[in-house]
Design a protein. Structure first.
Ligand code: GUN
Length: 291
């Protein structure tokens, strides 16, 4: 088994991004500028946004963090997004999901101008992705493609099972792996909460992408010998072994699956780091398009 090491790959990609930012600024142009909007006090969301802002600093990007209490009116949030849409000094806008129930995620996503939608969640950008037109690819699936590419994993002809059908990960991932590209050209099956013969389907997979949000959901008996395992899960489970009282666990039972597969992403240190890298690549692209 070989680890698909998010630390190593993201460090490599971040070096490339840093160089490109230096080229931009030495040519007298603006560095990429990302706006991150956080609503409420979800600890996982706070951690993700903090990490995104920190990465901006490391890469020479500008960043602006806007935080709102959980009871902020939807209109206030939408107006803020519109203000950033008009601001020529802002390249990318992301609103961390999930949002409190009284705010429509659809409305929020549709309010972000597609040219600044570095999450790639706007219907226009998802439509372009479906048509293989140039656009922002959602960060987690994009990060997974970058990871596979880095390790030279050729997916053409493989049977791929994506577990989970979220708009953010499962659905775009399945599309990207099925399209005529490398990585891609897979025969993709999407499994979800209503799938009946999950074990049978997963056991036939050359690649499993687990994005279901259930700790250790993928067990060794669901994995074919030599399969490639991509674990998107970042589940906080209680632990007596850490100071914080919790630890992060993936959607894959890593300890038991690791000896059966050819490649596997660890949690933490796998897909999560690639997601941030991909977001940074999208923000750089937005900057180049918007100069
Ligand atoms: N919540 C979980 N993943 C993401 C992501 O990639 N972007 C945003 N904005 N929110 C998320």
């Amino acid at each position: 088994m070989e680890l698909l090491d998010g630390k190593l790959v993201s460090a490599h990609i971040k070096e490339e991004i840093k160089k490109q930012v230096q080229e931009i600024t030495s040519a007298g142009k603006r560095a990429p500028h990302l706006v991150a909007i956080l609503v409420g006090e979800n600890p996982a969301s706070q951690a993700y946004v903090a990490s995104k802002v920190k990465n901006c600093g490391e890469l020479g990007f500008e960043s602006t963090l806007v935080t709102y209490d959980a009871d902020v009116a939807e209109e206030v949030l939408l107006n803020k997004i519109k203000e950033f849409n008009e601001n020529k000094l802002v390249d990318g806008i992301l609103v961390q999901l999930p949002l409190p129930k009284h705010i429509s995620e659809d409305k929020v996503i549709e309010t972000i101008h597609p040219s600044k939608d570095v999450d790639g969640f706007h219907p226009v950008n998802l439509g372009k992705m479906m048509l293989s037109l140039p656009t922002f690819i959602p960060a987690t699936p994009y990060g997974i493609l970058l990871m596979l590419q880095h390790y030279g994993i050729k997916t053409t002809g493989m049977n791929c099972v994506v577990i989970g059908r979220s708009n953010i990960v499962g659905t775009p991932m399945s599309l990207l792996l099925s399209r005529n590209a490398e990585p891609g050209n897979c025969t993709v099956t999407i499994c979800h909460s209503k799938t009946k013969n999950m074990k049978e389907i997963c056991s036939a997979a050359d690649i499993i992408v687990a994005a279901i949000g259930k700790p250790k959901f993928v067990t060794a008996d669901m994995v074919k010998q030599g399969a490639i395992i991509v674990d998107v899960g970042i589940n906080r489970v209680e632990s007596t072994e850490t100071k914080s009282g919790f630890r992060l666990v993936g959607d894959v039972d890593f300890e038991n699956v690791k000896d059966k597969c050819s490649f596997i992403t660890p949690v933490p240190g796998g897909v999560g780091l690639m997601t941030i890298c991909a977001l940074m690549k999208n923000t750089l692209l937005a900057n180049l398009n918007n100069q």
